[in-house]
Design a protein around this ligand. Structure first.
Ligand code: SF4
Length: 449
């Protein structure tokens, strides 16, 4: 980087802003190869073989692709839960998939974790949630699994807390995004603070010991002060974990985002400053930073995993889950097997039709080669541990490509170990992308900040 560029740099909190290094959109690396490398074809047979080959502990993810109200910014595979018949038909198919997948498993397979996500799992009735857990109980061997649940705090009915206590859910994640009324109106998600407080109190009373708040920066009308206020309120409400994601405005890919006024969005420099100030504010409040956009109280399992060097990435993001296998159930769910990633049919109608014919629904995916696993391990190590051993041909090949980062002190080589240095947090994904053999300037990813 030239002296002139270095001269022009600005520093916000503890991060120096190098716009050139953030220009290239990069994946979030919840997998490698990423979902962008998935090919569309039937994975039914490979999905069946992968299920049959499993042994030992595995984790489950169940997807509920419905929400009571659709937020304008949302990029999830979800639809409005306003048709009872549609919801009932989906749940019937999901019950069928549970039975079908369980039939394919070896008796040694034990379920160590169950995560419910969406959409909003509380778009279904709590009685339907209990029935789903019952179906899992009679079809799988559950090994006292850790059960987690994503929830929309808007209209979270009291009978949900009864179900949560009865089932023994101990981790929950609330979609909060922002507590500022003007920003909420601009993104189509109006939820007064009382809704969040009620949800937190109900979850605590129901025995949930880890509550995550999903928050966003880079929203319309948001500035440092507006974000700081949301962060302070979230801390005061006792969030054990906070995920602070940058809003990616891509209305050409997510048509519902067309309702958001792009002229009110902060620019990249303002986004960077918000991310930097947010990071400093949360770490200053006693949270441990997990990567550059997750934070957890020091006694939370995620922070303990980060401290103990056992943090991992899976399709849900950073996790302390040690199972290398994740079986995804529900439309669009992704399964992570040792040799292949498989995504279920995304379209709820086709998903139901395939299950009606007693067929697994894998319709996209990618095989994982040894080289994928090698590069994936480096990317995971960089994101989760801030250092990675680079060997063989990759060591020399990566040196020159890492030069823009090493030259300005964001990373350095110690022998064959690449170390990320303080201040590199917002550039971590860009540094990791150096080891991504599939990167070709694809535009479908979000900005690194
Ligand atoms: S509640 Fe969550 S999943 Fe549903 S539309 Fe809003 S952001 Fe998306």
């Amino acid at each position: 980087m030239s002296a002139e560029v270095m001269h022009r740099t600005e520093t916000f909190a503890n991060w120096t802003y190098y716009p050139e290094l953030l220009e290239r959109p990069v994946p979030r690396y919840t997998s490698y190869p990423t979902a962008a490398e998935f090919v569309e074809e039937s994975f039914e047979q490979r999905q069946g073989e992968a299920l049959q080959a499993l042994r030992g502990p595995v984790s489950l993810y169940l997807h509920i692709p419905y929400c009571q109200e659709i937020c304008w910014y949302c990029g999830c595979n979800t639809g409005a839960a306003n048709k009872t018949q549609r919801l009932a038909a989906y749940l019937e198919a999901l019950h069928h998939e549970i039975e079908l997948v369980a039939r394919n498993l070896h008796p040694s397979v034990r379920i160590a974790r169950i995560a419910f996500g969406g959409g909003s799992p509380n778009a279904i009735k709590p009685t339907d949630f209990v029935r789903l857990v019952d179906r899992l109980t009679v079809n799988f061997r559950l090994a006292r699994p850790v059960i987690s649940l994503e929830l929309d705090p808007r209209g979270l009915a009291a009978n949900w807390f009864t179900a949560i206590r009865g089932i023994g859910v101990i981790k929950a994640s609330l979609g909060v995004q922002t507590l500022d009324a003007r920003v909420q109106a601009a993104i189509g998600r109006v939820q007064p603070r009382e809704h969040i407080e009620r949800a937190v109190a109900g979850l605590r009373q129901a025995g949930v010991d880890s509550i995550n708040f999903d928050l966003m920066y880079g929203l319309p009308f948001q500035d440092d002060a507006v974000l700081a206020d949301t962060l302070d309120q979230s801390v005061a409400m006792g969030a054990d974990r906070i995920a602070l994601f940058g809003y990616a405005h891509v209305p050409h890919m997510i048509p519902r985002q067309q309702r958001i006024d792009a002229s009110e969005l902060p620019d990249q420099r303002a986004r960077f400053r918000m991310a930097a100030e947010g990071y400093a504010r949360l770490t200053g409040a006693g949270y441990k930073a997990i990567g550059f956009d997750h934070f957890a109280l020091p006694d939370d399992d995620l922070a303990l995993a980060a401290t103990g060097g056992t943090l991992r990435r899976n399709f849900q993001g950073f996790t302390d889950d040690q199972s290398p296998v994740l079986i995804g159930l529900g439309a669009s769910s992704i399964s992570e097997f040792p040799d292949v990633f498989v995504q279920n049919e995304k379209n709820a109608g086709r998903y139901r039709t395939l299950l009606g014919a007693d067929r697994l629904t894998g319709s996209k995916g990618v095989a994982r080669t040894d080289e994928d696993r090698r590069r994936g391990a480096i990317i995971t190590d960089l994101l989760c541990r801030g250092r990675a051993r680079i060997d063989g041909d990759l060591l020399e090949a990566s040196r020159s490509r890492l030069e823009p980062f090493t030259a300005i002190g964001l990373a350095r080589f110690d022998g064959s170990t690449l170390e990320l240095l303080p201040g590199s947090e917002p550039y971590t994904r860009s540094i990791a992308a150096v080891f991504d053999a599939y990167r070709g300037g694809a535009k479908q990813f979000s900005s690194a900040v």
